[in-house]
Design a protein. Structure first.
Length: 459
């Protein structure tokens, strides 16, 4: 890329920060704005990026004010009123969306792109780990921090494979040209962007049309889309228990989950999950399928699956003891919540599960209030925080109370973020879970400390 300076508006986002890291690795000058300082932005600063937290053109470093030598990258979550973005527009800078830049980077490689309403981050991280731990290797742009490497970016000098999440928000995944595409689900979401369930699913069909000739589509069995692939693209099905790729002989016990992987390209027995929760059997099946199609051997797959440590904020065990368990999870869609809660309750059938959920977006709360309540009603004890607005302005009449009123759990209540720790200190806790995609993660270290001090300090 001919630009020496890359300026990111929204640099702290998980999908923006891996691109920033990529250009830092290419010795480009990297800078940008984000609304809030986080551990991720602090890390970017340490790695050489110039990051500030106030929307002010005066804070744009002088090196980045040359429109011939600076590329500006933004995320669709940035409001149209953003003064820095408008200053760059008014001064004739080259400005592109994050997804467009990712598409350009992956275009010249063999891209494995993972799309779906949910499961993208875990499946892409598993796939990246499988390739990374094999003779195949890969580059990877991930939507979470992979715990094995403590990063969301993997780089390889020897591999032409690139693993990337295919984000459907704002039709971002239409910039990609996969060799292998995975679709984990197409349950309606982002209806503020798409307007209807049909339009949402049509965007996935468009994504399938972008698969390179001779490539592969691995589609979750029963997903309600009609692929529009080139005639030379091979379509495969998968699920936990049926399809071209599936699992058999699933065994759980003694903290382990083991299964046999069934494939038309050669089955693999006795695969042990590094993160042994039931939901990861199906995630593992499709990740293994992609790895197998990429040339990873059976022994390499078996070894890598066992060593996979998971992704931060994806079924992330913060405390796992006999006295108390604390899990942090990114789930923010009703079906994600249902899958996560079901997995937790199967792991701890005789324990009370208490969860705090921070709804994400007014529009999603409005569109799926019934479904959220139905999923959360699987819990014995539910705490709801206020809605995290992200990019949205409030919608009249839409608050967390809308979900709370529909929840059937015996114990349920609203709570502010500032009052949450005091509330938890008064509750008996056996298994505790934090759910949400907003800023609930900032409470996680304090919750972990509280639970450790309360239950483990005398152990």
């Amino acid at each position: 890329m001919e630009y020496e300076n890359i300026y990111f508006i929204g640099i702290g986002g998980i999908g923006m920060s891996n691109l920033a890291r990529y250009f830092l690795s290419k010795d480009k000058r990297v800078g940008g704005y984000d609304r809030t300082e986080t551990l991720l932005t602090k890390t970017l600063n340490k790695e050489g990026a110039l990051v500030h937290y106030e929307d002010s053109t005066a804070l744009i470093p002088e090196n980045f004010k040359d429109n011939k030598n600076t590329l500006v990258v933004y995320t669709p979550a940035v409001p149209v009123t953003h003064s820095e973005l408008n200053w760059f527009r008014d001064n004739d800078f080259k400005i592109i969306k994050r997804a467009q830049l990712l598409g350009e980077i992956t275009k010249s490689s063999d891209a494995i792109c993972i799309g779906g309403t949910h499961g993208k981050t875990t499946v892409s991280s598993m796939t990246a780990h499988l390739l990374r731990q094999s003779h195949v290797d890969c580059n990877a742009f991930l939507g979470g921090i992979l715990k094995n490497y403590d990063t969301n970016l993997l780089l390889s000098e020897k591999s032409n494979f690139t693993v990337a999440e295919a984000d459907e928000y704002d039709r971002s995944f239409h910039w990609l040209t996969p060799l292998i595409a995975i679709i984990t689900s197409a349950d309606p979401d982002h209806l503020d962007i798409y307007g209807s369930e049909q339009s949402y699913r049509e965007s996935f069909e468009k994504f399938t049309s972008l698969i390179r000739p001779g490539g592969h589509l691995i589609l979750k069995k029963g997903t309600p889309i009609t692929p529009k692939v080139n005639e030379s693209v091979k379509i495969w099905s998968y699920s936990e228990s049926e399809g071209d790729f599936h699992a058999e002989n699933i065994r759980t016990g003694n903290g382990e989950t083991v299964f046999d992987f069934v494939s038309p390209n050669g089955s693999i027995k006795d695969i042990s999950l590094g993160v042994p929760v039931r939901i990861n059997v199906e995630n593992g099946v499709v990740a293994i399928a992609a790895a197998q199609l990429s040339g990873v051997t059976a022994d390499e797959i078996r070894s890598a699956m066992r060593s996979f440590e998971g992704v931060k904020r994806r079924f992330d065990f913060r405390i796992k003891t006999q006295q108390v368990t604390f899990i942090d999870d990114y789930a923010h869609h009703p079906k994600e919540l249902r899958a996560a809660i079901s997995s937790i309750k199967s792991l701890y059938p005789n324990k009370k599960v208490t969860a705090v959920f921070q709804p994400h977006l007014y529009s999603r709360t409005r569109d799926f209030a019934d479904e959220f309540a139905e999923s959360l009603s699987l819990l014995e004890d539910v705490i709801l925080l206020d809605i995290y607005p992200a990019r949205e302005l409030p919608i009249e009449g839409i608050t967390s109370q809308l979900i709370l009123d529909k929840i059937k759990s015996v114990e349920k209540q609203l709570c502010s973020k500032t009052a949450l720790l005091d509330l938890l200190n008064k509750k008996p806790i056996e298994v505790f879970v934090t759910f949400g995609a907003g800023d609930i993660d900032r409470l996680v270290p304090e919750i972990e400390k509280l639970l450790r001090d309360r239950y483990l300090s005398k152990v």
